[in-house]
Write a protein that binds this ligand. Structure first.
Ligand SMILES: Cc1cc2nc3c(=O)[nH]c(=O)nc-3n(C[C@H](O)[C@H](O)[C@H](O)COP(=O)(O)OP(=O)(O)OC[C@H]3O[C@@H](n4cnc5c(N)ncnc54)[C@H](O)[C@@H]3O)c2cc1C
Length: 433
């Protein structure tokens, strides 16, 4: 596709090959439209399993899937690896690091990015976990800290190297803290016989009144109990104020010495500059109407984590979860065809399939509309659903094999430092992104 060639059919540009972007593009297959998908990565990231990459449970390739492969039989779609730098709505074009592209309709499906709430020191020293490279950085940091602890003679420094603090008690924080505890309890204990691994401390700090706040109280209480049984120290109603790379401060005066803070306390919409008429609401999301059209524009739409849509059932917007992105992507695909054919677009109506989070082997919580359950069966359900939504047969098969081996061997095969974590390098990558 040339950047600005005259298209025989209306040209739809989709920015982002995440959960929403992929479903939308698939709906446009074999339709009389020309689709260009642009993503800064050449792969789709299955974010719900990033924490398993970070804790050595899965290889990164198992949760990343090449976007070209997803669409190789879709004749009306072209794909470009590019960072979209700016949108020029008046000109109907996007500006990317590889050139400009014109559109008739634009869909922004860029998801969200880590929100440090303007706390620069925390942003500098804490570890985010939103992308595959970030999960790999975290995996390296965990292992490097232990290698360093092994030769550290200063007792205080050794303790800090062996202390991990997860900030944010949502599903990501709970799953990460649980996976760290499993790593400690089953794997590191035999990997590091010279270290007193039992003294490796894991804290989970949550600002709200309970972990897994959007879940039922029953699920929250059970998740907390699971974590505590596994040796995680859980603090709720606790605000983190500061982290300087050595010490994390919470509730203004309390501190923990730690060289490993994992930040899973919030996300904000990944907004691309240029849409001056758009209304940005809390959480950096863009306000859309009830069929994902961005308020203020006729031919620009937003879906998924980035979109803020008020409906009767969701007066404060939808949750930032994969199902919302998937369902909005599918529906917008149908609606774009309606709009192109001068038909009326249908309002989006989210069907909530329930929520689930896993804490460790045989331990998960599941909240369905009419049924809430926890423990082994919840854990099986969690695994089944995650395998179902992983993109690609190979990824499903490799992940399943890994889980079976890990389960029976109590091991995690991928605890390797492929690339040493270097904070300065990480900063450079973030700037380049
Ligand atoms: C660690 C973690 C765990 C999670 N666990 C769960 C879970 O268990 N269950 C659940 O339902 N949800 C979970 N979520 C949330 C879920 O992943 C998101 O709701 C979902 O990914 C949103 O889909 P999306 O299509 O809006 O964006 P994404 O899937 O994030 O895709 C956005 C895409 O846009 C691309 N992009 C962004 N900016 C640009 C740009 N400027 N130029 C080019 N490309 C760009 C990105 O590379 C990415 O491929 C989790 C999220 C995280 C981070």
């Amino acid at each position: 596709m040339n950047n600005n060639q005259t298209a025989a059919f209306p040209r739809i540009i989709i920015i982002g090959g995440g959960f929403g972007g992929i479903q939308l593009a698939k709906k446009l297959n074999k339709q009389e439209v020309e689709v260009l998908m642009v993503d800064r990565h050449n792969y789709h990231t299955f974010q719900p399993l990033l924490y398993q990459v970070a804790t050595g449970g899965l290889e990164p390739d198992s949760i990343a899937f090449p976007l070209r492969k997803v669409f190789r039989s879709q004749k009306n779609l072209n794909f470009r690896v590019a960072d979209v730098l700016r949108i020029e709505p008046e000109e109907n074009k996007i500006i990317t690091d590889i050139g400009d592209y014109s559109y008739d309709y634009l869909v922004i499906a860029t998801g969200s990015e880590t929100n440090f709430f303007g706390q620069k020191e925390i942003e500098h020293f804490a570890m985010p976990m939103k992308t595959v490279p970030e999960a790999l950085n975290l995996r390296s940091l965990i292992l490097q800290n232990l290698e360093e602890a092994l030769i550290e003679e200063d007792a205080e420094r050794k303790k800090a190297l062996m202390t991990f603090v997860v900030v944010g008690g949502g599903p990501t924080g709970v799953e990460t803290a649980g996976a760290l505890a499993e790593l400690r309890n089953h794997v590191l204990i035999s990997d590091y016989p010279e270290l007193d691994i039992k003294s490796l401390r894991i804290f989970l700090i949550e600002g709200g009144s309970r972990v897994l706040e959007p879940f039922s109280e029953e699920a929250s209480a059970k998740a907390k109990q699971f974590l505590e049984d596994m040796g995680v120290v859980v603090y709720d109603k606790t605000r983190v104020n500061f982290y300087d790379g050595q010490k994390i401060t919470y509730n203004d005066t309390e501190t923990i010495d730690t060289k490993g803070v994992i930040w899973s306390a919030g996300v904000k919409g990944a907004i691309i500059p240029g849409m001056d008429k758009a209304e940005i609401v809390r959480g950096g999301r863009i306000k859309t109407n009830t069929y994902n059209r961005i308020v203020g524009y006729d031919n620009i739409f937003a879906i998924g984590d980035l979109a803020y849509m008020e409906t009767k059932d969701y007066p404060h917007g939808h949750p930032g979860v994969a199902q919302v992105a998937i369902q909005q992507g599918k529906q917008l695909g149908e609606n774009l065809l309606r709009i192109i054919n001068n038909e009326k677009a249908k309002d989006f109506d989210y069907y909530d399939k329930g929520s689930m989070a896993t804490v460790g082997r045989n331990k998960a919580v599941v909240d369905l509309k009419y049924w809430k359950f926890q423990g082994f069966f919840a854990w099986l359900t969690w695994m089944f659903v995650h395998l179902l939504f992983l993109v690609g047969f190979r990824n499903k098969a490799v992940t399943l094999m890994n889980w079976i081996i890990n389960y029976f061997s109590y091991d995690r095969g991928t605890r390797v430092i492929i690339r040493k974590f270097n904070r300065e390098l990480m900063k450079e990558e973030a700037i380049a992104k």
